[in-house]
Ligand binder design. Structure first.
Ligand SMILES: Nc1ncnc2c1ncn2[C@@H]1O[C@H](COP(=O)(O)OP(=O)(O)OP(=O)(O)O)[C@@H](O)[C@H]1O
Ligand SMILES: [Mg+2]
Length: 288
């Protein structure tokens, strides 16, 4: 929700600001294996006098899929936007691959791949033009074979000449995801990447995320799907009213909270699930 204004323009700007000497280099990834790829410390974000993010701290390691879960308005997109540099936090430190986002924003952007909740491209551009545009910006060679490979990978073979605006919501999402990772970024931010995808596309995306994890990339995603969090996330952070109220592996969270009275009362079928824990911790009321 929110964070809509000028998003498209900002996305284009973001890519065009990448420094020439800060391209992704797979060799450096090995050097940083022990360091968090993302370290957020004491993050505070305000919109005017309203505080959307409160003292948020967490880290994502290379080869880890970290999920941010939280009710609508909890502050997930705001957190991702600050990591990407679209939003200036009032305080806190964001380190990406060893770069301080406040001091080296261009270096941070060069190692980041982002798909925000409402990522969009000019609707009149064709899929091929979008691929070529972003490949060019990142200096990624784009042969005919590579393009067909990508199109096959996102199950849009032969759709190169279709305009972005003519694709279905799920198809658009698949294109924006492939653009987010076209330069093999060391850290990938995905804001509700599977919302609106059909089960086949969702499975495919999970596989792609797992393949990136295998290669040592770090992934930070937000999701409202507890099934997704349990299936693919190594660790999750539950955010409520701008604060992280729990961080652990999905299984450890279930074990830790299975006897909480609120969690037991949220349980529908006797067996405690991650969703029961989530509702037990964040409450039943729908957020305004
Ligand atoms: N540009 C903005 N101006 C003012 N308030 C904003 C702005 N963007 C977000 N907010 C507010 O900040 C809070 C956090 O919003 P955010 O988009 O980060 O939530 P979220 O966790 O991503 O929610 P959702 O699950 O609905 O996507 C909400 O109360 C929202 O209304
Ligand atoms: Mg959001």
């Amino acid at each position: 929700m929110s964070l809509q204004p000028e998003k498209r323009t900002l996305i284009l700007l973001r890519h065009s600001m990448m420094p020439q000497n800060a391209q992704y280099n797979s060799a450096t990834m090995i050097d940083y294996q022990d360091q968090p790829i993302l370290e957020v410390t004491g993050l505070n974000i305000f919109y005017g006098s309203f505080q959307a993010v409160r003292d948020v701290s967490f880290a994502v390691k290379p080869g880890e899929i970290f999920g941010l879960l939280g009710p609508n308005g909890a502050g997930k997109t705001s957190t991702l936007s600050a990591i990407e540099g679209l939003l200036k936090p009032q305080s806190g430190r964001i380190m990406v691959a060893g770069f301080d986002s406040a001091r080296n924003p261009l270096h941070v952007r060069a190692v980041l791949g982002v798909q925000l909740q409402a990522t969009s491209f000019q609707s009149e551009l064709t899929v091929l033009e979008i691929l070529q545009l972003y490949a060019g910006i990142y200096g990624v060679p784009m042969s005919k074979e590579r393009i067909s490979g990508i199109m096959k990978d996102i199950s849009l073979e032969g759709a190169e000449s279709r305009r972005f605006g003519q694709l279905s919501g799920g198809q658009q999402q698949r294109v924006s995801l492939v653009i987010a990772i076209i330069h093999e970024p060391r850290l990938v931010l995905l804001d509700e990447p599977t919302t609106g995808l059909d089960p086949q596309s969702r499975r495919k995306l999970w596989e792609r995320m797992e393949a990136m994890r295998e290669k040592g990339h770090g992934l930070l995603l937000t999701t409202h799907s507890m099934e997704e969090a349990e299936s693919v996330c190594d660790r999750i952070g539950i955010v409520d009213h701008g604060r992280i109220i729990a961080i652990d592996t999905p299984q450890a969270l279930i074990e830790k909270h299975r006897d909480d009275p609120e969690v037991i009362s949220a349980s529908r079928r006797g067996k405690i699930t991650l969703e029961d824990v989530f509702i037990g911790l964040t409450g039943r009321s729908i957020r305004s």
